[in-house]
Every structure is written in structure tokens, then in C-alpha cells.
Design a protein around this ligand. Structure first.
Ligand code: AHR
Length: 666
């Protein structure tokens, strides 16, 4: 065995198989298809959403106007005012305390009938598409019976008008005025003009512009191309809303789901913690409008067939920031938020919170089964708070599965491993359903730790690998790239996650989205600008695992007599059975620079039909997908016709290969 490379997927379930060692040279993969092992959770592969890198406002949320309600710290952020020097006009910021959740609006006092223009430049410009229809809306009123005419224009970066519409007859009561416009050209960095003509006083608020073509054509909707990329991952769950954004820089800035539901104009704007988190990537115009709020997250999860997985603040602000704690005496409202959220998601339409969901358009429950208590929390203060949450939830909703944190990545928070060991010792007693572990490490770490979970303690909670990604330079370094090396080594690590699917029940890459011009953290799974989007090589690794997850593990052995050097250790394989299709699915990661003709043997099945092979590879480990070359590293699909249950297939250098072989059990 000293020169024979041996990888056994079922160390725990099938230990005796290690005794068998075939004579052939060259790598051989043997799968015993007659012995299905642990079930793979249908929620094994999911997605992690956090509003970082303009993932929500300026990204997935299709609103094109930045600071539509004038509630940013600087009320005119995103807005420019243009008037002729001779125009007599005042622009005032007013505050109406009776409009508690959205108190500010602007007042325009025009003394002459001269044109006055407001311009909004969106989120690093507005993406406008030739032929597309846009919905413009604003809230307005006049004082007395003043007369105003508004001309709405969509313009490109050179001020050419791409679409226009007129509005008039503004009443003395606040009302919403809407119109639609069709663009005659495309602009990546377009903008919105509101030309105002009249005399007197005009109040404006909630100035909004959406493409009509949102995901499923919904109003207040999401960017269709970005949701499409998510849907194609076929995720088992959608984790939201984060990430550290759950915790906030301090507790006043924490994520409060109740601030994110109801009419968009009634959602309470909050600063985004990524606004000022990284001094090297300050993003001072980054706020949370919550137009994409908890209702929309639940709807999105439903649309893409994912289980909703909200993560709630547990009375602790980010421990990398202020680490504020709510006192135990004041914890009740936080716990009540969790109970109310369960009612909002799952309660009948005649319950209080279920009624609000129904009013928003979804009388049927969302069927939420999981809830995270805290994000990257650690220390005895966390245990103390978690315990109160868990008791209340278990008493009222015993079926809800709870997720507890195991701190942050052990290498980046103070005394990381010690803290994690302490948390696990607590979790083994308190028994949350899942413990959320995070890994942000160098690519080689993922390659060298494929066996990370093989010997894990299997007593107690299951593992949720809830945030992880290979960092090509360093944790959250601005120089990190989504290289093929990072993706390939992640694929190797996923072979290890999958073969431990009895313990690791869920996993998701983080973060999910990044705007090309407005990111704070890289690498990320999906990149976009105002018009385009693409999946990284890491995205396609996630996708190949997710759409080929299968339903049950199969015992697999990988032998390699011919390659006795260190490099040959970098060949990894795992097998699963898909009871829905009858396919045997074998995933092979070749992290070496040479191709291998692998002999496959599928035991206890007959193989007759043509199967499929997906190949993800690239020549260089430095390669990456970009906006200019979004398809440089994408899976290629081919058919495979094995002559029998023993066949060979050449595994390409630096590749992830997925074979789907239809088979009949003997
Ligand atoms: O994924 C980015 C950040 O990394 C998350 O907000 C946080 O949970 C982790 O530290």
C-alpha cells in the first residue's frame, strides 16, 4: 500500500473494501453500485446571499434609482441639480415625522416658469437596453393649486435622450404618478432626468425606475439575468441576508427583518456595513433600501426551488467591529422577532404576521424549515443568547431546524480554533440541528484538506459549511481572483464534502454576487455590471456538483499504481447514485498537469445506455472568466457509451469531470 494511491470514499460505511487492490497499472476507479450508502440531503448544495459588493441595491434588486427616498445620510447622494443661473429656485429637504419609516422628501420652490432638472446617476450609472420598457414612478404633491409639468428622460452617458415621457396634473395630496417609456438605444451608464417646469411648490419622494422585464415580470422585482444564474444552480437552499450584515457594525445597524417588509416606501433605510468596512474599498454611497426584503427573499427561494434559510441577529453586533451585546434583560424583542418571522413565513393567512404575508401577495405559507441564530458569533455570551432563542423556538415551533455558528474562519478571528472547540463542546450538549463552519483560506489548503471531514466527530449536530471560498492571495484581499486554480481546488474539497454527506448536510460558497465597479470583497461567485453578468469558474464547479448531487452515496475506490510521485496524489473521485434517474454519477478531480486514462469498473450493475460527461477545465491555473471572456471556463457536455460496466475514459489535466452513467442494478 505504500506506493499505491488509495482513496476510499466510505471509510466509515465500507471499511473492508480497502483490502482489495487490483493489479492493473494506471488509475482505476471501482464503484460498488449495489451498496447505496447515506442519503445525500436534497439541500446539500445551496447559495449564500449577502448585500455586499452591491449585491442587492445596484445588483439583484432591479431598481435603477439610487437614494430614491432621499434617506441616505446625505439626502442628495446620487442626485444632481441643474438650473440656469437665472432660474429662481429653492430645493429644500423636509422631514415629516408622521411618515415615520420614510420621513424625508424634497421640496422644490420655483419662482419662475424656468426649467429645473434633477438627475440621478444610478448605481455606477444605469443600464438601459435598446427596446426595453421602463417603469417610472414618483410620489408628488403640490401646495395650493400650483401647476407643474414633469418631463422624464432616460439618457446615455453623452446626454442623448433614449426615452421620454410627460407628467402633469399633480394633486395637493401625496399620490403616486407612473409612466412607461421604451428606450431607443442601449447605454451601460445611462441616467434619469426629471425636468420640472412650473411655478410654486412641488414635493417629491420615492422616485423610482425599473425595467419592466424583471424576473417573472414582477413589480418591485429582481434582475432577470442574475436570478437566471441562480436558478441554473438548482440550489437546495437560499441563505439570507448574510453574513456580517445580519450583525451590523453596532446593534443599531443590525439587520431587522421587520424593517424590510410591506410597501417599499415603508421600509426603513439602513446604512450598509460594507459602506465603510474596508478602508481600501470605502463605498460611501452604500445603503440598504430593503426593496429586496424578507418577503422577496422568500419569494426568490420559492421561485428557484430552494429552501429558505434566514439567519437572524441574536443580540450581538459584529465581533470584528463593536461586538456590542444586548443585555440579557433586553433580549426578548430579538427572540420575538424570530418567533414572528416563523409566523410570517409559515403562519396561516389569518394570523397576524401570516396576514401581512398574505396582504403582500402570498396567502400560502412559504414553508420555512430552517433558521440560523447569529452569524459569525463566538464566546459564552453567544451560548447564553442562543440558549434563550432555542428554548423559545423549540417550545413554539419544535419542527424548525436550528443553525448555530462556529465562529468565523479559525485562522482569522482571535483564538479561532480554541473558540471553535469551545463552541462545538457546547453544541454537542445543546444540540442545534446544524453547526455553521466557515473557511476562507488559500487554494492549496482546500487541495490538501479534501479529507477534512473524514475523521470528524459524528456525535451531535450535523455540519453546515455555510461560507467558504478559496482566496488566491489572502482573506478578502483586493487582489484575489476567481482563478481556475481556486475553482479546481474547491472542486477537490467538494469531493471530500460530498463523501461525508452523512455529516455535512449543506454547503454554500460565499459571497455570491459582485458588481464590477462597486465590490468590497473578492473573490465572488457571480460578477455583473449594469447590463451583463457571468458565472466564474467557481460558479461552474458549484453548478456541476449541485445539478449532479444524486440522492445516495456509493462506495468508491481509487487505485493508482502507475503514478508514484507526490503529484499523483492530486487525483480525487467520489460516486453517488441518483434514485430519480437511475444514474451513477462519478466526479473526478484531476489537479495534476497530466491526463490519466482511468479504468472504471461499476460493480453490481449493467450498463447499456449512453451516458453524459461534463468536463470543466482550462489550460492554465491562472485562467479566469471575465466580462470580456465570460465563457472561457464553462462545462463542455459530451456523450459517453461505455461498452460494459468496465470501461476507460481519459481524464484531462487540471479538470473536473462528471460522468453520468445510466445503469440497471443486477
Ligand atoms: O462573505 C463575506 C463575509 O465573510 C461575511 O459577511 C462574513 O460572515 C464572513 O466573515
Amino acid at each position: 500500500m505504500n506506493t499505491t494511491l488509495l482513496r476510499i470514499t466510505f471509510l466509515f460505511l465500507f471499511p473492508v473494501l480497502g483490502l482489495f487492490c487490483p493489479a492493473q497499472s494506471g488509475p482505476q476507479i471501482t464503484v460498488d453500485a449495489g451498496r447505496t450508502g447515506s442519503a445525500i440531503s436534497p439541500t446539500m448544495y445551496g447559495v449564500f446571499f449577502e448585500d455586499i459588493n452591491f449585491a442587492a441595491d445596484g445588483g439583484l434588486y432591479a431598481e435603477l434609482v439610487k437614494n430614491r427616498s432621499f434617506e441616505f445620510d446625505h439626502p442628495l447622494t446620487g442626485w444632481q441639480v441643474m438650473k440656469k443661473p437665472s432660474t429662481k429656485a429653492n430645493l429644500l429637504i423636509l422631514r415629516d415625522e408622521t411618515r415615520e419609516r420614510n420621513p424625508r422628501y424634497i421640496r422644490l420652490q420655483l419662482e419662475e416658469g424656468q426649467p429645473f432638472r434633477l438627475h440621478n446617476d444610478g448605481f455606477r450609472g444605469m443600464g438601459i437596453r435598446n427596446g426595453a420598457t421602463y417603469r417610472f414612478a414618483l410620489q408628488a404633491r403640490v401646495i395650493h393649486d400650483d401647476l407643474f409639468t414633469l418631463r422624464i428622460e432616460l439618457v446615455d452617458e453623452n446626454k442623448n435622450v433614449l426615452a421620454e415621457a410627460q407628467m402633469s396634473n399633480i394633486s395637493q395630496e401625496w399620490q403616486t404618478y407612473q409612466c412607461e417609456m421604451q428606450a431607443s438605444e442601449t447605454a451601460e451608464k445611462g441616467g434619469l432626468n426629471i425636468w420640472i417646469k412650473g411655478q410654486g411648490t412641488l414635493d417629491l419622494d420615492m422616485v423610482s425606475l425599473f425595467p419592466k422585464d424583471t424576473w417573472k415580470g414582477r413589480k418591485n422585482g429582481l434582475r432577470a439575468d442574475l436570478v437566471q444564474l441562480l436558478a441554473e444552480l438548482q440550489p437546495g437552499f437560499l441563505r439570507f441576508p448574510g453574513g456580517c450584515i445580519v450583525e451590523g457594525f453596532d446593534l443599531s445597524q443590525r439587520y431587522q427583518w421587520k424593517h424590510t417588509i410591506g410597501e417599499p416606501s415603508e421600509r426603513i433605510l439602513n446604512i450598509n456595513r460594507w459602506n465603510f468596512e474596508f478602508k481600501h474599498r470605502l463605498t460611501l454611497d452604500y445603503f440598504q433600501s430593503y426593496g429586496l426584503g424578507f418577503y422577496e427573499f422568500f419569494l426568490l427561494a420559492e421561485d428557484i426551488g430552494a429552501e429558505p434559510m434566514p439567519i437572524l441577529n441574536c443580540g450581538m453586533a459584529c465581533q470584528f467591529n463593536t461586538a456590542e451585546l444586548v443585555s440579557m434583560d433586553d433580549l426578548d424583542p430579538y427572540v420575538q422577532d424570530a418567533l414572528d418571522l416563523i409566523e410570517f413565513a409559515n403562519g396561516p393567512a389569518d394570523s397576524y404576521w401570516g396576514g401581512i404575508r398574505a396582504e403582500m401577495g402570498h396567502p400560502e405559507p412559504f414553508q420555512m424549515n430552517m433558521l440560523g441564530i447569529g452569524n459569525e458569533q463566538w464566546g459564552p455570551q453567544y451560548i447564553e443568547r442562543y440558549t434563550v432563542f432555542a428554548a423559545a423556538i423549540q417550545e413554539n415551533y419544535p419542527d424548525i431546524q436550528l443553525i448555530a455558528a462556529a465562529g468565523s474562519d479559525a485562522t482569522i478571528f482571535p483564538n479561532g480554533q480554541e473558540e471553535i472547540d469551545y463552541l462545538w463542546s457546547q453544541w454537542r450538549n445543546l444540540e442545534p440541528d446544524f453547526v455553521d463552519e466557515h473557511f476562507y483560506r488559500r487554494p492549496e489548503w482546500f487541495l490538501e484538506n479534501v479529507d477534512w471531514y473524514d475523521d470528524y466527530n459524528r456525535q451531535g449536530p450535523k455540519v453546515f459549511v455555510g461560507e467558504w471560498a478559496s482566496q488566491s492571495v489572502g482573506v478578502a484581499s483586493p487582489d484575489n481572483r476567481n482563478t481556475w486554480e481556486t475553482a479546481l481546488y474547491e472542486a477537490a474539497f467538494m469531493i471530500g464534502l460530498e463523501r461525508n454527506a452523512d455529516l455535512v448536510r449543506m454547503t454554500c460558497y460565499a459571497p455570491l454576487f459582485a458588481h464590477e465597479e462597486a465590490w468590497q470583497w473578492r473573490p465572488d461567485l457571480i460578477w455583473f455590471d449594469n447590463l451583463r453578468s457571468y458565472g466564474t469558474a467557481n460558479y461552474y464547479v458549484q453548478k456541476l456538483f449541485s445539478v449532479n448531487a444524486g440522492t445516495h452515496l456509493l462506495p468508491l475506490q481509487l487505485f493508482d499504481d502507475s503514478h508514484q510521485n507526490e503529484e499523483a496524489k492530486h487525483l480525487f473521485a467520489g460516486a453517488v447514485f441518483d434514485e430519480n434517474t437511475g444514474d451513477i454519477i462519478i466526479k473526478v478531480v484531476n489537479a495534476t498537469n497530466q491526463s490519466h486514462v482511468v479504468q472504471f469498473e461499476l460493480e453490481n450493475v449493467e450498463v447499456k445506455e449512453t451516458g453524459l460527461v461534463y468536463l470543466l477545465t482550462s489550460e492554465s491555473l491562472d485562467d479566469e472568466n471575465t466580462l470580456q471572456e465570460p465563457d472561457k471556463i464553462v462545462p463542455q457536455e459530451n456523450s459517453i457509451k461505455p461498452e460494459s460496466s468496465e470501461f476507460s475514459h481519459e481524464i484531462q489535466p487540471l479538470s473536473l469531470t462528471v460522468l453520468r452513467i445510466p445503469a440497471t442494478k443486477r
